[in-house]
Design a protein around this ligand. Structure first.
Ligand SMILES: [Cu+2]
Length: 128
């Protein structure tokens, strides 16, 4: 195996190690996760640390039913969550961690961080 290929496999392993699947939206039988690594094209919510503010970016994200939604926490210090206001899904994302969410039901899902409810911007995930 070439050195380049070994490095590529190590990089993929590192990404997979940081990622895990979350089941979103009841009924659970309709939600599913697949172990894999994120692609650049996946719709992504990024959480960053700006002092006392931890913006969700973009504030409005559109995705399709069954599509991977990647949540990346670039904050090196704090765990954050993405919890739908209607409790359809709730995921914790560790510092510098990444979670993949698959939502099986179309809808408009305003969400928040349960750990810092006043330090994030209002944000919505719209699934069509
Ligand atoms: Cu938070």
């Amino acid at each position: 195996m070439s050195r380049t290929r070994k490095l590529a496999l190590a990089a993929i392993a590192a990404i997979v190690g940081l990622s895990f699947n979350v089941f979103g939206v009841v009924p659970p039988g309709d939600a599913h996760g697949t172990p894999a690594f994120a692609l650049a094209a996946d719709p992504t919510i990024t959480i960053t640390n700006h002092g006392l503010n931890y913006p969700f970016s973009p504030a409005q994200l559109n995705a399709k039913v069954g599509e991977w939604v990647i949540i990346t926490n670039e904050d090196p210090n704090w765990i954050h969550s993405v919890r739908a206001e209607d409790n359809s899904f709730a995921v914790d994302v560790y510092p510098r961690g990444r979670v993949r969410l698959i939502i099986s039901k179309a809808g408009r899902y305003p969400y928040y961080c349960e750990y810092h409810p006043f330090n994030h911007n209002p944000a919505t995930l719209t699934i069509s």
